[in-house]
Design a protein around this ligand. Structure first.
Ligand code: ADP
Ligand code: MG
Length: 683
């Protein structure tokens, strides 16, 4: 019709581009977020407040009002009742559209106003035209791209896109899936008689098919990543004749738990293979992961390889250092120590020992991944509290050990440790290329920690708790509140609290530790606390992970309502490490928000890290749970790992079957679902 079509369409194209819609196959899976039911008109008599409705009637009144503010008002009548329509902004053309006497069809959300039911800013069309026979899809869009243009573009794409099934018939039958093309058509143009609830809540078989496909693609790509890792090479570290491991075993002051023995075995097996280990060791706080790391290190070292252990904080790294030195140095292992706060001279000595290979075990913080640090032959990289590190940092440590050997690249084995368990479905969905070992048993002789919730108005009671505990020769932590806005403020709180407690508890030796202390001072405080020279340690969250002083039996957390669930659990895990009864007091300031109450209740009700993680996931959702640093990849678009756990398992089975029996289909499926998401394979 002679109109300059090129310019507006290129604007639309740019917007579509912005939504990631390039190829027809992208449009196919750009699915509605909701639907509008424009398939029928109802009598005004039967509308009710809070629900969308479509009605038709004759305009019996129309005027522009100026009070309380300028607005267009019209009233329609359909013989069963009347309905008020209001527009706060309007064009003259709209005014004409609702002139008295016109028959119009309006659609919008009904609410009860001053004078009965009304619609604000309804959509108006001419009455009596044919009604659509399908629900109207509403798509996720972007500024400046109307639903109408988007719908048109999608319908066009649907006309040319390949909707062929990527799954063989047998697989669809086995997993009870409707054909892909049917699912796509239903979701873009749902028939009028469809169950609206099923459609919206994504329980309809069409949604099931799409969610299944998405999860399947994810499983396939994770399997591909795993296969790629297995194709890499690593030095097998089978531990020579295992003398070092034997020596460690016989020198231990305690017997390993069955769970520790099992995971040590799993790791040992991985280390002896010629492709790199990629294993996560999960174990609740206090379950004894450090000694497991020591066994892994011993095996690697007796295969003449270097081992690095990286911890997220200096306090934790130092603690590992002390422990590992006490376990391994007597057996002849040379251990080096590297953190950012070393003097230039000490650092030089450390880096030289690392570079020459003299240091067999290297323990430190992020300082280990600095450019200047070169390993002679790093064969095993261990990350403690791995969730504190980003993917990039993990890779950087691993790269320190990459070596070209006769033309093939050797990759070091990697062991990550964490007390923050990844719930099973999350592990299956996002970490399937990770082998997981679980320590599901605490060392014997620990009595469970008693958790108390106490309002901060009862501070005096808490103080007498502290006195009682100290009188019995025990020690306590006092954790100061998080101050989200400012680290400086948090520091100040710790300093103030320390002062208050020194005054309130004159007979008690009160210490203070926080992140800003010079590292030598931090070390001194921790040493004093460990040696029992400090009774009560006032701390910021620097003590959150790893700190292990078995004689400490009381943990007080101020403003517990400000902490996250995982963090509270970690903090609580600082006590209950000896044989005496331990107590964790969560002080809170009422009134509590619903979320805070839920969190504190979870802490009160359970001490099981897996259960805590599950509730945490429930509250925060997987995106936040994984954290930006963890995931770096788009989370699922259609499936939800909370509600579709069953589908995740089925998709995992199907992925196996597809890879084994229908590799061509697996490829096609990945092609359809993973277009432009190749990064995903590199997790
Ligand atoms: P986490 O898993 O939280 O890192 P640690 O490795 O710090 O736990 O261990 C917690 C405490 O339990 C440490 O004091 C450690 O020496 C001790 N421990 C570890 N394994 C055993 C065991 N099998 N029997 C007794 N104590 C153990
Ligand atoms: Mg630990």
């Amino acid at each position: 019709m002679g109109q300059p079509a090129a310019r507006p369409s290129s604007l639309v194209e740019r917007k579509l581009h912005h939504l990631g819609l390039l190829d027809p196959s992208d449009f196919v899976v750009h699915l509605p977020i909701r639907y509008e039911d424009e398939t029928h008109v109802i009598p005004i008599l039967s509308v009710f407040s809070g629900a969308p409705a479509q009605v038709e009637g004759v305009v019996i009144h129309s005027e522009v009002q100026y009070r309380p503010r300028r607005q267009l008002q019209a009233v329609i009548d359909d013989g069963t009742g009347t309905l008020l329509l209001r527009w706060l902004n309007f064009y003259p053309s709209q005014q004409k559209q609702v002139a008295v006497g016109k028959r119009i069809r309006v659609r919008g959300e009904v609410r009860s106003g001053f004078s009965g039911f009304e619609m604000v800013h309804p959509k108006v069309t001419v009455a009596g035209t044919a009604l659509p026979t399908a629900l109207t899809p509403v798509y996720p869009t972007t500024d400046g791209l109307s639903q109408v243009s988007l719908r048109k573009a999608i319908d066009q794409a649907l006309g040319v896109a390949d909707l062929g099934d990527t799954l063989p018939r047998e697989v669809c039958d086995e997993y009870d899936l409707i054909p892909f093309a049917d699912a796509i058509r239903v979701l873009h143009h749902p028939p009028a008689n469809i169950s609206y609830v099923d459609l919206i809540e994504r329980g309809h078989p069409a949604w099931t098919r799409i969610k299944f496909d998405e999860l399947l693609a994810q499983q396939l790509s994770l399997a591909a990543a795993r296969a790629a890792r297995r194709a890499q090479q690593a030095y097998p570290l089978s531990g020579g004749r295992g003398t070092l491991v034997q020596a460690l075993l016989s020198s231990l002051p305690f017997a390993l738990t069955a769970a520790q023995e099992r995971v040590i075995g799993e790791i040992s097996h991985d280390l002896s293979r010629s492709f790199p280990m990629h294993r996560l060791l999960q174990g609740d706080v206090g379950s004894g992961k450090t000694i497991v790391a020591a066994f892994a290190a011993a095996q690697a070292i007796s295969s003449s390889s270097q081992v690095a252990i990286m911890a997220p904080t200096e306090i934790l790294a130092e603690q590992h250092f002390l422990k590992l030195v006490s376990w391994l140095e007597p057996l002849g292992v040379s251990v080096a120590w590297l953190t950012g706060s070393l003097s230039a001279k000490a650092r030089k000595a450390a880096t030289e020992a690392i570079e020459s290979g003299r240091a067999q075990l290297v323990i430190g913080t992020q300082a280990l991944i600095q450019d200047k640090v070169n390993f002679a032959n790093l064969g095993l990289a261990i990350l403690d509290e791995q969730h504190r590190f980003g993917v990039g940092q993990r890779l950087q440590l691993s790269r320190k050990g990459e070596a070209s050997h006769g033309g093939t690249l050797k990759i070091p084995h990697q062991l990550s440790m964490s007390a923050t368990p990844i719930p099973r479905t999350l592990a299956m969905t996002f970490f399937a290329d990770l082998d997981v070992s679980v320590i599901d048993e605490l060392p014997p002789g620990r009595s469970p920690i008693i958790t108390k919730l106490i309002a901060d108005t009862r501070r005096d009671e808490v103080l007498s708790h502290v006195i009682a505990e100290v009188l019995q020769g025990r020690q306590a932590y006092w954790v100061c509140p998080l101050v989200e806005e400012s680290e400086a403020l948090q520091l100040q709180t710790a300093v103030d609290t320390h002062l208050q407690l020194v005054q309130a508890l004159p007979d008690i030796r009160v210490g203070l530790i926080h992140g800003r202390l010079p590292s030598a001072a931090k070390q001194e405080v921790m040493n004093d606390f460990r040696a029992g020279l400090i009774d009560l340690l006032v701390a910021t969250t620097v003590i959150e992970v790893g700190v292990d002083v078995p004689n400490a039996s009381l943990m007080i957390i101020e403003h517990a309502e400000r902490f996250g669930l995982a963090q509270l659990h970690q903090l609580r895990g600082r006590v209950g490490r000896g044989s005496q009864q331990s107590i964790c007091v969560l002080m809170f300031q009422p009134p509590l928000s619903a979320v805070a109450r839920h969190r504190l209740r979870a802490m009160y009700e359970t001490a099981d890290g897996f259960e805590i993680a599950r509730r945490d996931l429930e509250q925060r959702g997987p995106g936040e749970f994984l954290g930006v640093r963890q995931s770096g990849q788009e989370l699922l678009r259609f499936a939800s790992i909370e509600t579709d756990a069953l589908l995740v398992e089925r998709a995992q089975d199907a992925a196996r079957e597809l890879r084994d029996r229908y590799p061509e289909h697996a490829r096609a499926h990945l092609q359809r679902w993973m277009r432009g998401k190749q990064d995903f394979l590199r997790s």
